[in-house]
Design a protein around this ligand. Structure first.
Ligand SMILES: C[S@@+](CC[C@H](N)C(=O)[O-])C[C@H]1O[C@@H](n2cnc3c(N)ncnc32)[C@H](O)[C@@H]1O
Length: 218
């Protein structure tokens, strides 16, 4: 029976590997529940955040979808010069948990590098973007700029970044240098390390709230 049930969604998500604080998990579930269109997620890993947003969409009885992008590759281990196998089976884990919870119809997985996948997408039905892929400045800024390029001028977008904290200087620098200074950006909230803003349609961006936004001080 559909309905707001973040306690049970968060309980399931607790069993999926990942790094979300309980408040962030509840917020992401609610993002799915309140969604007004499709959601693009950059960085799937084992699908913890994917599950929460997808479960929110389903519990709200909505027909929106999540497109989630991940290369499922952790780079090269400097000690062995072999691919890192921190989470070798993450794509399998995502498929298994989506199937187990009947969410295959809600989630579309793209396996690839974000810089190659984002330009292929039609942003018209996408109303929310969650950036949680590469956390170094080069990757995170590239992801933001790729999204920014694809976004039609008259479209509003809810935009979230995970790990906006001193532990991830690349995410922090992207937000401070590129996001907050973007004339379309209006700050909305910070939940633990989840930075939430919106990108406004070009015509309405003179009234943005960047000045009053929450800044992480290290
Ligand atoms: C922090 S994890 C995502 C966690 C997930 N959002 C969650 O909450 O459970 C980051 C993921 O992004 C992927 N990733 C990092 N850089 C990427 C890139 N440039 N393109 C595609 N995937 C990338 C990694 O493979 C990893 O699985």
């Amino acid at each position: 029976m559909p309905g707001l049930d973040y306690a049970s969604a968060c309980k399931v998500a607790d069993g999926i590997p990942g790094w979300l604080a309980p408040q962030e998990a509840a917020y992401l579930y609610n993002v799915g529940f309140q969604s007004e269109g499709n959601i693009l997620e950059l960085g799937t890993y084992f699908g913890k955040s994917t599950y929460l947003m997808a479960r929110g969409i389903r519990d709200a009885g909505k027909s929106h979808q999540i497109i989630t992008v991940d290369i499922h590759h952790r780079g090269i281990d400097p000690n062995t010069s072999k691919p890192l196998i921190l989470a070798e089976d993450s794509p399998l884990g995502v498929c298994r948990s989506l199937k187990e919870h009947g969410l295959e119809d809600v989630v579309i997985q793209m396996i690839g590098w974000t810089h190659a996948c984002v330009p292929l997408l039609n942003f018209a039905p996408i109303k929310t973007v969650f950036i949680d892929a590469g956390h170094d400045y080069e990757s995170c800024s590239k992801d933001f700029l790729a999204v920014r390029r694809q976004l039609p001028p008259q479209q509003r977008l809810l935009l979230m970044f995970h790990d906006h904290s001193c532990h991830f200087p690349g995410v922090k620098r992207t937000i401070e240098e590129l996001v907050r200074t973007d004339e379309r950006c209006r700050y909305l909230d910070q939940i633990v390390s989840l930075f939430v803003c919106e990108l406004l349609p070009v015509a309405s961006c003179s009234r943005n709230g960047n000045q009053a936004s929450h800044a992480v001080r290290c």
